[in-house]
Design a protein around this ligand. Structure first.
Ligand code: FE
Length: 199
């Protein structure tokens, strides 16, 4: 992939996803092994904030990286990132279980639509293909997630979107849990790294 003149690959990685009309796909960078952890490695990082599970979690979701299937409509979101320890060391084979509302703000509480779990790869990376959820009564748009390293406690939290007017009105919203969003055509490219409370 070409890089706009005068802009280094590193600048691109640090500054976002779209520069000078050139789109950089987070998952493409992942595939190339060039996606680097968001926190600067070497420091002792605060674990990702915990948030309430809420009323709509269903256990035993199917294992899959894409939640897009027949009947699921909405704006495509490709969310990628790492699961890291506080040391910034990637956590391979960590469980990452997502669930979310659909484009109308509704959960599937009978089946597993927009629910799925996966395990990070050998380098601690996950990759989710889904849609941007809609807000629902009292809540700004968010994605629920449970993250767990093998034989460790579960981190339950929620992820948010930048520039959502509802964020300011949602008492649960926390800016530390906002996904870094870029745009590639109609698809939103998201990046979030989880930090587990483990050395
Ligand atoms: Fe929710």
């Amino acid at each position: 992939m070409s890089t706009p003149s005068g802009v280094s690959r590193r600048d691109v990685l640090l500054s976002g996803v779209t520069i000078a009309g050139v789109s950089f796909f987070a998952d493409e960078l992942l595939a190339q092994g060039q996606l680097t952890p968001t926190p600067a490695c070497g420091a002792d990082h605060a674990p990702t904030l915990r948030q309430t599970e809420g009323p709509f979690f269903t256990p035993n979701s199917p294992e899959r990286q894409s939640l897009i299937e027949a009947g699921v409509t909405g704006r495509t979101l490709e969310l990628t990132g790492f699961v890291l320890a506080r040391s910034c060391k990637p956590v391979p084979r960590a469980l990452v279980d997502f669930w979310q509302a659909d484009a109308k703000g509704e959960y599937d509480n009978k089946g597993f639509r927009l629910r799925g779990h996966q395990f990070t790869d050998g380098e601690g990376r996950y990759r989710l293909r889904t849609i941007v959820p809609a807000r629902y009564t009292g809540r700004t748009p968010h994605i629920h997630v449970k993250v767990q390293a093998a034989n460790r406690p579960v981190l339950t939290t929620q992820l948010y979107f930048p520039d959502e007017p509802g964020n300011a009105r949602d008492p649960i919203f926390r800016p530390e849990l906002v996904i870094r969003i870029g745009q590639a055509g109609e698809t939103r490219q998201g990046r979030f790294d989880f930090v587990l409370d483990m050395a």
